[in-house]
Design a binder for this molecule. Structure first.
Ligand code: 4AD
Ligand code: MG
Length: 462
């Protein structure tokens, strides 16, 4: 007999039929010739209750000794459950102990802090929260590909090792095979990277955007979905050193088309995840943040707010709120400002555009005022910035001026500049922080719970 997933059994409810399941014990209670085992195989949120009694030949010897965390294989009959909390259960006919877990199994039935669970990242997928987050990550990935594939976007694989700093912020991890203790030196006494693996300096990518722009200039609509890396030393609840980013790029598109896509995209992903993982969301809503279902329903329904940076600053200045970082035109919006706008002022996602050019990257389209660029940030309650994007500067002369203003060497971006020489067209795109959307949907306070193995300053275990 082949074993079935517990999800399958809950969906099909094969009453009075014999089934085989395999999984790990969330709990094991043994009393007077009767045992109650909760088996979870991760296929869905709930575990299935298994009732075992002394009729099993290994009952005294093995079953009564089973502890939380053990792996079992159970053959039995599906019956309606008299107990509350579950609709069906299994009356065991055979239980095989596949892998014992002794009494020191770290995940005993009690609430563990997320901080503690991070130290056992090899076991935390077996907890309710992290298991649910893994499933929602999967559902969101599927939704992302579904959305773009339905719209005819091509999935593009951009390089992970690169020589160009997309954001121009110098937050890249170096990739080098040189002997750190004794590197080859130039005449000037600097490290000689021409002797390194790639014959030049190389880094881990911070964004696939620049390469996505190349592809958009040929295939029109593309998207990337891959890992990105930032060596920024921010030890916050919203930053990771390694995170996944979704980056669509569209040719013949301006900032308005970019906003339309971002809004449609987020709504699609939320809707699709809610449909695929209802039990996981019930759990998030009841145990992590009781506003999640309501907030997501509202986001799916209501149109997003669209305002300029200048108007956003105006609202913040006039709000009378005391912010830790006071707001003036020209400053970057801090998380407290973003949260004020989405949580208190508009009470919905806000798309902010036309930022001062001094606080944004070189590639953003310069407005006629020569002061602002067509950048786009999408802000959501609690998490703040979830998407960052822009209409790109497609005019050769303006781009060349921007390189100078941003202290960048045009030569390093020769191919990017070339695209502006040969059939340049207006184009736009954005990057969605995948873990930020997972953090948002699950309600966890720290982004380190939104990725299986977080990498942050001072930590890269597992
Ligand atoms: O705003 P960012 O830096 O934009 C870009 O990288 C553009 N090149 C994207 C594009 O236009 N194709 O990053 C995009 C998003 C942010 O809005 C945020 O959600 C997420 O990536 N992000 C991070 N997520 C986790 N940890 C970090 N350190 C992050 N930095 C950015
Ligand atoms: Mg940004």
């Amino acid at each position: 007999m082949e074993h079935q997933s517990i999800k399958n059994i809950f969906t099909e409810k094969p009453l009075e039929k014999s089934v085989l399941i395999k999984g790990w014990l969330r709990t094991a209670r043994h009393s007077k010739g009767l045992s109650f085992l909760e088996v979870n195989d991760g296929s869905c949120f709930s575990g299935l209750q298994v009732i075992a009694d002394a009729k099993l030949e290994n009952y005294e010897q093995e079953v009564t000794k089973l502890l939380t965390g053990s792996a079992v294989s159970v053959k039995g009959t599906v019956v309606e459950s008299p107990g509350k909390g579950q609709s069906i259960e299994i009356q065991a006919a055979e239980i095989e102990v596949v892998g014992q877990a002794p009494a020191d199994y770290p995940l005993q039935k009690k609430r563990h802090s997320f901080e503690f669970l991070r130290t056992i990242a090899h076991l935390r997928p077996r907890t309710n929260t992290i298991g649910a987050i893994f499933r929602v990550r999967n559902a969101a990935s599927k939704a992302i590909h579904g959305f773009f594939q339905e719209k005819g976007f091509f999935y593009l694989h951009t390089p992970i090792i690169t020589a160009s700093d997309c954001e121009g912020a110098g937050e890249m991890f170096r990739v080098s095979c040189l002997d750190a203790k004794n590197p080859p030196l130039t005449k000037e006494g600097k490290v000689d990277y021409t002797k390194d693996f790639f014959g030049r300096e190389a880094y881990l990518t911070v964004s696939g955007q620049l390469e996505a722009e190349i592809a958009a200039m040929a295939l029109s609509n593309v998207y990337t979905f891959g890992p990105t890396f930032r060596a920024e030393n921010s030890n916050t609840s919203r930053h990771l050193a390694e995170f996944w980013m979704v980056e669509p790029e569209m040719a013949f598109c301006d900032i308005n088309g970019d906003m339309d896509l971002a809004e449609e995209f987020l709504k699609y992903v939320f809707k699709s995840c809610l449909k695929d993982c209802p039990d996981d969301f019930e759990f998030f809503n009841s145990r992590i943040d009781n506003t999640i279902l309501e907030t997501m329903a509202h986001i799916i329904e209501a149109p997003f707010e669209r305002i300029s940076y200048t108007d956003a600053v105006d609202i913040l200045v006039k709000s009378g709120q005391k912010f830790e970082f006071p707001v003036t035109w020209g400053c970057d919006l801090q998380s407290e400002h973003e949260r004020f706008l989405t949580e208190l002022h508009f009470k919905k996602p806000v798309m902010v555009t036309d930022y001062p050019k001094t606080i944004k990257a070189f590639y953003m389209y310069l407005n006629d005022d020569d002061k602002t660029v067509r950048g786009l940030d999408v802000l959501v309650p609690k998490v703040g910035e979830i998407i960052g994007g822009a209409q790109r500067e497609h005019r050769l002369d303006v781009l060349q001026k921007r390189f100078i203003e941003c202290n960048l060497n045009e030569k390093d971006y020769w191919w990017y500049t070339d695209l502006r020489r040969y059939g340049s067209v207006p184009h736009a795109g954005f990057g969605l922080g995948f873990e930020r959307i997972i953090q948002f949907m699950s309600g966890v306070g720290n982004i380190r719970e939104a990725i299986p193995f977080p990498r942050v300053p001072g930590y890269a275990d597992f």
